[in-house]
Design a protein around this ligand. Sequence first.
Ligand code: AP5
Length: 211
Amino acid sequence: MSKTVIFLGPPGAGKGTQSQLLKERDNFIQISTGDILREAVKNQTSLGLQAKKFMDEGKLVPDDLILNIISEKLEELKDKNIIFDGFPRTVAQAEGLKDMLSKIGRKIDAVILFDITDEEVVKRLSGRRVCPNCGAVYHLIYNPPKNDNVCDKCGTPLIQREDDREEVIRKRLEVYHQQTAPLIDYYKDVLIKINATLSPEDIYKHIKSVL
Ligand code: AP5
């Protein structure tokens, strides 16, 4: 039976890093609304043009745009193991997801809550570097690339995300606490809290043990 898992937590908690590990090692499909939106911005699609101003300011993109993205993706992924990375982020998105999943006979198996303080998030995001080609994620101190500022996997020069400036990080945290944290209560029956300050390998082992 295919698994449906949600990664919930503040920006910079390590959701993308763990999604990559589960994708590489355990055959999960990652649906990251953030990655899909950044790709749309890069390609200047209609979605990207609508989303950009919200993302640059650290605000949430409107629910209807996000739910359209998910509905298209779910069509393709009916029988796969799925991780929703950074989705849902509002109660309205969670309600929308519930309806879409019930139509295809799926349910949410687990919501993994990444527990971390705001100060640790700021440290992580200000040192984050990403590969604009393959999406690999690094940190200048905690997880540096082998060769200075170049992706280990594909050799592309790494970049800093536009929204990883400190003032935007603070705004994203505020938005998380106001609009996304209510999902902790919404999903209390399937919620599994993990300590997101451990090493990536220890977090991976914890997640595997609960899935
Ligand atoms: P999105 O791309 O989803 O960003 P986010 O949720 O803010 O999460 P991040 O990608 O910043 O962090 P992460 O938890 O994946 O951490 P990572 O693994 O990279 O969203 C961006 C924007 O898009 C939003 O602001 C919004 O505008 C819009 N958006 C997206 N989805 C939306 C939705 N559903 N509704 C509305 N709007 C939406 O790790 C961070 C750093 O820490 C890295 O450098 C990494 O190497 C390092 N690290 C990771 N794990 C560890 C560890 N265990 N120890 C030490 N360092 C670690």
